[in-house]
Design a protein around this ligand. Structure first.
Ligand code: PEP
Ligand code: MN
Length: 263
């Protein structure tokens, strides 16, 4: 069902008037974790100033250590709902268990399935039964074929509102957090009709690589770029080292505009 052969034309999702996969690249930006209303609001205000419409923020955080901040849960989704309504932004947040899906659809516009859950087949089937947009991230060590089959799980249950996100894969390389598989973008665009995004924050794990990898992603045909921005990254409760602050984020937006790859 996800195959280009089956459907030659691109899938375009229109959410709150924003087109995903419609030809104009999007920036999906926001903090790693929703920490407070004020924190997300600071990012949202900047979004509006910069003409951005898509806000991300994690409420259920799949953390490596059980002792790390696990997210605000439903309260975090409520914050996203309030801010999404106030600023007319499309909101995206990760859900990690089928039990929370119905609840989440009341609060957020796009349900993210994270890398660690790309092959959580019961979760995939459950989002497949929803009538709600889904952003599916590539697994930490998933092949392109496995990634495409994961998307197929969702469509096979009836939900056609699916977008893909390359977020880097595990390799032997330690200079970056993961290895951004840039060729995944044109491959996924060739093989499937779904919108394809590139997460430059979790792939590189390095602030100094966000701009060049974002340009690379757009140059090879991504429908947009995801990156994390926090009003004060030093005190962030997750991914403090790799989030950029708002001025740094705006500099990246300016440079992307100047490159002509993003309008
Ligand atoms: C995220 O986007 O918040 C996240 C945890 O990313 P990933 O699932 O790609 O690691
Ligand atoms: Mn993060």
């Amino acid at each position: 069902l996800v195959s280009r052969k089956k459907q030659p034309e691109d899938t375009v999702l229109t959410i709150k008037g924003v087109e995903f996969g419609g030809g104009e690249p999007l920036l999906i930006a926001g903090p790693c974790s929703v920490e407070s209303y004020e924190q997300v609001r600071a990012v949202a205000e900047n979004h509006v100033k910069r003409g951005l419409r898509v806000l991300r923020g994690g409420a259920f955080k799949p953390r490596t250590s059980p002792y790390d901040f696990q997210g605000l849960g439903e309260e975090g989704l409520q914050i996203l709902k309030r801010i999404g309504d106030e600023f007319n932004l499309v909101t995206i947040s990760e859900i990690v268990t089928p039990a929370d899906l119905e609840m989440a659809t009341k609060y957020i516009d796009v349900i993210q399935i994270g890398a660690r859950n790309m092959q959580n087949f019961e979760l995939l089937k459950a989002v497949g039964r929803l009538n709600h947009p889904v952003l599916l991230k590539r697994g930490l060590s998933a092949t392109i074929e496995e990634f495409i089959y994961a998307a197929e799980y969702i469509l096979s249950e009836g939900n056609t509102q699916v977008m893909l996100c390359e977020r880097g894969i595990r390799t032997y390389e330690k200079a970056t957090r993961n290895t951004l598989d840039i060729s995944a973008v044109p491959l996924l665009k060739q093989e499937t009709h779904l919108p394809v995004f590139v997460d430059v924050t979790h792939s590189t794990g390095r602030r100094d690589l966000l701009l060049p990898t974002a340009k690379a992603g757009l140059a090879v045909g991504a429908d947009g770029v995801m990156l994390e921005v926090h009003p004060d990254p030093d005190v962030a409760l997750s991914d403090a080292k790799q989030q950029v602050n708002i001025p740094q984020f705006n500099e990246i937006v300016d440079q992307l505009l100047a490159s002509g790859l993003y309008k």
